[in-house]
Design a protein. Structure first.
Length: 301
């Protein structure tokens, strides 16, 4: 059985990105859209971030929008794929999100665009990111959530069950938005904020979706995935199910991408802290202009 901390084949993740790097610009629509939404969150932050780490940078998609923003003066870009990193400009490092090579308190801001969902030990990676941040430094990340590709997931599973009598993982498992806040707190972050967004993309054919996933380097890298080529009948049955279930009147099919956004701070003494129980100086009843009724004096029916 796969070790609980080894769900993904990191070598396959790297090879998929190596293969996607030359033509990534033809398939990077999701990276561009999510990157814009991610960095929009910086507009609400009133502080400056001189030194930035872009974790899982691919070809440096975030760098143009980050440069000079919120006082940014230095951006270190790193990715698991050397081929991707070579296509970026500026400061570049080849490294694994699971083993960061940076000293503690090196950065004011760490960004990560659609990369952390391929990490095996996500709590461990978050802990390393927190250590790499200076006090009151910010993590700003986007990763794919559990509703991603739900249409494809079900179509492939049902087709394989019908044709072959069993199924193997063909779409990677993704994070659950309900768990991410707890993971950030376990890693020692303060003031975590987690929210999600759903992006629905329309394709003329499921094969167009497959091409984009491969072109973004997002092909399946689950360790227990099926290594052999799918049967022709299984693939055709999956495509038929996809069109029948998720096609519109024009024959186009929908693909769902759930994006989870993380924002959390490295702890610092200057950050706001909750009051101790009984430490409030203003009564809620006074704020609401209502009468406070002790619990023991509630009206009986």
């Amino acid at each position: 059985m796969t070790h609980p901390m080894r769900v993904f084949d990191r070598r396959s993740v790297r090879l998929h990105r190596d293969r996607a790097a030359p033509l990534l610009g033809n398939h990077d629509f999701l990276l561009r859209e999510v990157g814009e939404r991610l960095l929009d969150r910086l507009d609400d932050v009133r502080r400056r971030f001189a030194d930035v780490l872009d974790l899982g940078c691919r070809r440096g998609e975030l760098t143009p929008a980050l440069s000079g923003r919120n006082g940014v003066r230095m951006i270190v870009q790193c990715d698991l794929s050397e081929v991707m990193v070579r296509s970026a400009t500026g400061l570049r490092v080849v490294c694994d999100e699971e083993a960061l090579p940076f000293r503690d308190s090196s950065f004011d801001l760490v960004t990560s665009l659609l990369s952390l969902h391929w990490v095996n030990d996500l709590p461990g990676s978050l802990l390393q990111i927190r250590r790499a941040l200076r006090p009151d430094g910010l993590l700003l990340a986007a990763l794919l959530g559990g509703e991603t590709l739900k249409e494809l997931r079900r179509s492939l599973a049902d087709a394989e069950l019908a044709v072959e009598g069993g199924f193997s993982p063909r779409v990677s498992p993704f994070a659950d938005v309900r768990d991410m806040g707890n993971l950030l707190q376990r890693a020692g972050f303060a003031l975590p904020v987690v929210d999600s967004d759903t992006i629905t993309v329309s394709y003329g054919d499921p094969l167009g979706l497959f091409a984009d996933l491969r072109g973004m380097g997002e092909a399946n890298a689950v360790l227990e995935r099926r290594k052999s080529v799918s049967r022709r009948g299984t693939l055709f049955d999956a495509l038929r199910r996809y069109r029948d279930r998720h096609g519109d009147a024009d024959g186009r099919i929908a693909a769902t991408f759930q994006v989870i956004y993380l924002a959390a701070w490295a702890p610092d003494a200057t950050q706001p802290r909750p009051l101790r129980p009984g430490g409030a100086q203003t009564r809620l009843a006074d704020i609401l202009g209502s009468e406070e009724i002790p619990a023991g004096d509630r009206a009986r029916p």
